[in-house]
Design a protein around this ligand. Structure first.
Ligand code: PEP
Ligand code: MN
Length: 332
């Protein structure tokens, strides 16, 4: 159950009620929010007679549920707004890993040429092997910040573990939590304490319920800016790297109030299918797309097989316009 308490109570009084009802407590500008255990369906005695608004939730999804907020949340970053009533689909691109200043500058120039605003590159890479490139770390964050300043771009980069989460929050306009890190409660809870938007990727072995429950850890910490990213799940199929779960996206659109970004690059794992998949994803009317691009994919230090070169990305980008028009979306 979610209870909004009127601000005619002091924070201490409201916190005491939260304590008595074993609720999570969030102080918002307009009211206090108490979130009880999901099993609570009867209004606690202690709030009866007080000025409240309350929402009895059918299951363990609470803040992210459309039973609570029927409209999709809007995300505002310095140069873009998407989700909610904005009608914008954000097109996020850049290399899997930032490798050098020259490489990321070429990526920044590609975005500028196309009039899109949000550059993504990993600095702390969660690799399957310790013997592969692990990312440039802080040096990479500084290069991304330089590109933001020089080209007026938003930047997204990912957190690999809790040791550098605050550093990434400090540098990024959107913090990405990757598929392997999405169960890390240190990361989730730290991201709950900031207002920085968080792009939460679905783990490849994660059910939709578990995925949204991970988002609830961030939301219940007080951060309202959570974006879900479907990037493919592991199935019996081995010809493609993962299986993009578009049925899951339909489910999320119906039941969940968080914006949805689709990542066809990591789903298929091969550049040949990325354009077709991207068009299919956009046609679902989602809030954003995440596509990996590299000035020279053959020499990329991570995810070389799936990154589009810049010409391939331009061809794809121009083919998206009629689809965006047909579903009433602007590509930003
Ligand atoms: C990435 O975005 O480069 C990445 C590592 O993705 P995922 O966490 O989805 O595997
Ligand atoms: Mn990648």
């Amino acid at each position: 159950m979610i209870i909004h308490l009127n601000k005619n109570l002091t924070p201490a009084e409201a916190q005491n009620i939260a304590h008595q009802t074993q609720s999570i407590f969030i102080e918002k500008e307009e009211y206090y929010v108490l979130i009880t255990f999901s099993s609570v369906k009867e209004l606690p005695e202690i709030v009866k007679g007080k000025e409240i608004q309350y929402f009895v939730m059918p299951d363990d999804i609470q803040l992210a549920s459309k039973h609570y907020l029927p409209d999709v949340r809007t995300i505002q970053i310095p140069n873009a707004v998407f989700g909610g009533a904005s009608k914008n689909t954000i097109v996020i691109t850049g290399p899997c890993s930032i490798e050098s200043e020259e490489q990321i500058e070429q990526s920044a120039q590609l975005l500028t040429e196309l009039g899109i605003t949000t550059l993504r590159a990993g600095c702390f890479k969660p690799r399957t092997s310790p013997y592969s490139f692990q990312g440039l770390g802080l040096e990479g964050l500084k290069l991304l910040a330089k590109m933001r300043e020089k080209y007026g771009l938003n930047i997204i980069t990912e957190v690999r573990d809790a040791s550098h989460v605050n550093l990434v929050i400090e540098y990024a306009d959107i913090v990405q939590i990757g598929a392997k890190a999405m169960y890390d409660h240190g990361i989730l809870r730290t991201c709950g304490k900031t207002t920085r938007p968080v792009l939460l990727k679905r783990g490849f072995g994660t059910t939709l319920q578990e995925f949204v429950q991970a988002a609830e850890f961030i939301l219940s910490g007080g951060n309202e800016n959570v974006i879900l990213c479907e990037r493919g799940i592991r199935t019996f199929e081995t010809k493609t790297r993962f299986t993009l779960d578009l049925c899951g996206v339909a489910y999320l659109k119906k039941h969940i109030n968080l914006p949805i970004i689709l990542d066809p690059s990591h789903a298929i794992g091969y550049a040949y299918g990325v354009a077709d998949l991207t068009r299919a994803c956009l046609a679902m009317g989602i809030d954003g797309l995440l596509i990996e691009t590299h000035p020279n994919p053959q020499i990329a230090k991570s995810d070389a097989s799936q990154q589009l070169n810049h010409q391939q990305f331009k061809d794809l980008f121009f083919s998206l316009k009629p689809i965006a028009d047909a579903i009433g979306k602007n590509l930003i």
